[in-house]
Ligand binder design. Structure first.
Ligand code: UDP
Length: 361
């Protein structure tokens, strides 16, 4: 079977379909293809507009149940986005984090190897570990992974993801592609603490929450770490480039040779959007002031906090995460294109519109 956009017959299984990336992918699949979707998640609140779509079937479940895993693996293309990926949970809930990021994906990969499905597995840019401030481009197949102290539970997530990658790559007969996201941002990202989630979300949702509540943005250890923030729309475009390149060949039974995009890990990030967290705070304050029509000087000044004080014992950090994007360019002709300011303004405007109901303050 060929997986092409003009095929009306395939069903893609999206695990973690109700999440930030999953909800954008679902919309794009329905808008750009004639495919059907089998969506699995524990909640679907981001998908209210799709719940009655006749091309979708939704299952409220997680990968802890073997029968769910078997069912998902019946579909020819499986995209696994399900994961606990809230940094504050890496410290206090390491076992849950490891189950979600290693045990469950390993079970799904095993089932896909048996059924012959193409597994597109979402890993993380965090598998490169505790990168130094002057570390260069992180290359998918050659950069060493160096973590912090062996007891720092910050790395529970990254090491579980890394082990899942090794398991997937080692499974005979599995058709797989691994995606390593570099700080995706956009509407529907994470949650607002105390409103639709608990704990500390990732930095963009944190800063957006603080701005909406009139609180200072917290700069962990001075906000010196750097990230390449990447629009979720670029991420979705990457996936379509991947589906187009891999789809035609991935399902050919017994083709014997691994085509370009199979058995590969890809960084997905925007190298032009690198910024320190302190610079990000400045940009977000300006965007918020513009969106609200207020003077930026009326907003509280950012505050420096220590990582351990903010996240708890065992926190550690990567100081720079600059992807090499040469492989995605070479094999897929893909390059992220949405500039930082556009991505931030879209995300923050969405956050303000979505949460500013009075319930948030
Ligand atoms: N960070 C921060 N203030 C916050 C949340 C995060 O300064 O309110 C920092 C965090 O210490 C890290 C960076 O922002 O250096 C990105 O953190 P995030 O949790 O978004 O994800 P990561 O890229 O570390 O996985």
């Amino acid at each position: 079977m060929n997986l092409r956009f003009d095929d009306s017959c395939i069903t893609v299984a999206i695990v973690g379909c109700g999440g930030f990336i999953g909800s954008h992918l679902l919309d794009a699949v329905l808008e750009r293809t004639r495919w059907r979707v089998f969506g699995v998640d524990l909640d679907f609140y981001r998908l209210q507009h799709r719940l009655n779509d006749e091309r979708c079937e939704f299952l409220c479940a997680d990968l802890a149940e073997p029968v769910v895993v078997e069912r998902i693996a019946q579909f020819p293309l499986v995209v696994n986005l399900a994961a606990i990926c809230t940094p504050s949970r890496y410290m206090g809930e390491a076992c849950e984090v490891i189950r979600s990021n290693y045990d469950h994906p390993a079970a799904l990969a095993t089932a896909c190897a048996k059924s012959g499905s193409w597994l597109v597995h979402f890993s993380t840019s965090e598998i490169y570990g505790r990168t130094a401030p002057d570390s260069g481009e992180l290359e998918e197949d050659s950069t060493p992974a160096v973590f912090g102290p062996v007891t720092a539970s910050r790395w529970s997530y990254a090491t579980a993801k890394l082990l899942a990658e090794r398991f997937i790559a080692g499974l005979p007969d599995l058709k797989w592609t691994v995606v390593r996201p570099f700080n995706f941002v956009g509407p529907y990202m994470d949650f607002m603490p105390g409103v639709d989630g608990e704990g500390i979300p990732r930095v963009l949702a944190n800063f957006s929450t603080a701005l909406l509540r009139g609180e200072p943005l917290k700069l962990v250890n001075g906000g010196k770490a750097k990230r390449c923030f990447t629009s979720v729309h670029d991420a979705v475009d990457f996936l379509f480039a991947l589906f187009a390149a891999g789809g035609a060949v991935a399902m050919d039974a017994g083709s014997g040779t691994a085509p370009g995009v199979l058995s590969q890990a890809f960084n997905v990030g925007n190298v032009e959007n690198e910024v320190s967290i302190a610079e990000l705070a400045g940009k977000m304050r300006s965007i918020f002031a513009k969106v609200r029509g207020v003077d930026v000087s009326t907003l509280p000044e950012p505050q420096i906090v220590s990582g351990e004080e903010y996240y708890g014992a065992g926190y550690d950090d990567s100081m720079r995460r600059m992807p090499s994007v040469a492989k995605a360019q070479r094999l897929l002709g893909f390059k992220a294109r949405i500039p930082l300011e556009v991505a931030l303004e879209e995300s923050l405007s969405w956050f303000v519109k979505h949460y500013d109901t009075g319930a948030s303050s």
